[in-house]
Design a protein around this ligand. Structure first.
Ligand SMILES: Nc1ncnc2c1ncn2[C@@H]1O[C@H](COP(=O)(O)OP(=O)(O)OP(=O)(O)O)[C@@H](O)[C@H]1O
Ligand SMILES: [Mg+2]
Length: 265
């Protein structure tokens, strides 16, 4: 779906202001990121290896502590304070390149781990899930058409199916945002498209905002409603697939963002 006037005026779900992340004195993974994410959009963060895509995602859910800058989730500042973290992480469902399922557990149990954010610690220790949790988990599996595999061991599924289980696990958490870090990098093109189609479909059906890191231009053109282009820790482009022309791709993949700034002065 192309961006319409109504999605353009959707409320802001995430705001990032002046975000930087450095490792030591030499590695500047993020160098002043400012951006807003609209409620319900399917946003692709596109950029070459090392651009800072994963670091940005990890800062958003505080897996990584930023060096400077602020992040707001629905106008509330996201802090690294312990008491805020649990509530915060509940809002962010994660999907990873390597699926990160527990191989020896059933598909259903893997999806149920998405409910752990809502369980007390002692109950989670024993995988003690309520009937309501199970109902939610099966419903999430049905959304990715895998409810019939609920009782199979996770490692008996194909890669594409495992990633769909990972999407169901993220959904079971009932998040407001899904952060997908290179979710299809380990899959062949046909299956990659299938997984992205599911991801987009469920986000649409449930109104979940998706931030998806990709390095493939082709998939970005096909699936993104909006695109943020990153290069060497900076945002160098914001727009739609229609704006992703050769000049923009050159800017994202080849041009040094610092040189561009110098030219602009
Ligand atoms: N824990 C860390 N310690 C030191 N440097 C790091 C760490 N994490 C990331 N970096 C560096 O930060 C920069 C951005 O890395 P990041 O993983 O965010 O890039 P990316 O865009 O996700 O790349 P890729 O497409 O390869 O996943 C890189 O130079 C990387 O080496
Ligand atoms: Mg990465």
């Amino acid at each position: 779906m192309l961006m319409t006037a109504s999605t353009k005026t959707a409320p802001i779900v995430l705001s990032v202001r002046g975000l930087t992340k450095s490792y030591g004195n030499d590695v500047h993974a993020l160098r002043g990121i400012d951006t807003d994410v609209q409620e319900g959009e399917f946003l692709v963060i596109l950029g070459p290896s090392g651009a800072g895509k994963s670091t940005l995602m990890r800062c958003l859910n505080r897996l990584v502590e930023p060096t400077e800058g602020k992040i707001f989730h629905r106008d509330q500042e996201v802090t690294g304070k312990r008491r805020d973290l649990r509530a915060l992480r509940r809002q962010f469902g994660m999907v990873f390149q390597q699926f990160n399922l527990v191989k020896r557990l059933s598909v259903l149990t893997n999806v149920l781990t998405g409910r752990l954010a809502y369980r007390s610690t002692w109950r989670s220790l024993f995988y003690n899930f309520s009937q309501e949790d199970k109902r939610i988990a099966i419903e999430c599996l049905a959304r990715v058409n895998l409810d019939h595999k609920a009782f199979q061991r996770a490692d008996t599924l194909s890669g594409g199916e495992q990633q769909r289980v990972a999407i169901a696990r993220a959904l079971a958490q009932q998040p407001s945002i899904i952060l997908a870090d290179e979710p299809v990098a380990s899959l062949d093109p046909k299956i990659a498209r299938q997984v992205l189609t599911y991801l987009k479909q469920v986000s649409r059906e449930l109104g979940i905002t998706v931030l998806c890191n990709l390095h493939q231009v082709e998939y970005t053109r096909e699936f993104a409603e909006r695109i943020i282009g990153m290069s060497r820790g900076k945002v160098v482009f914001e727009g739609t697939a229609a704006d992703l022309d050769d000049e923009v791709l050159h800017r994202i993949y080849y041009r040094d963002p610092d040189e561009e700034e110098d030219q602009g002065r």
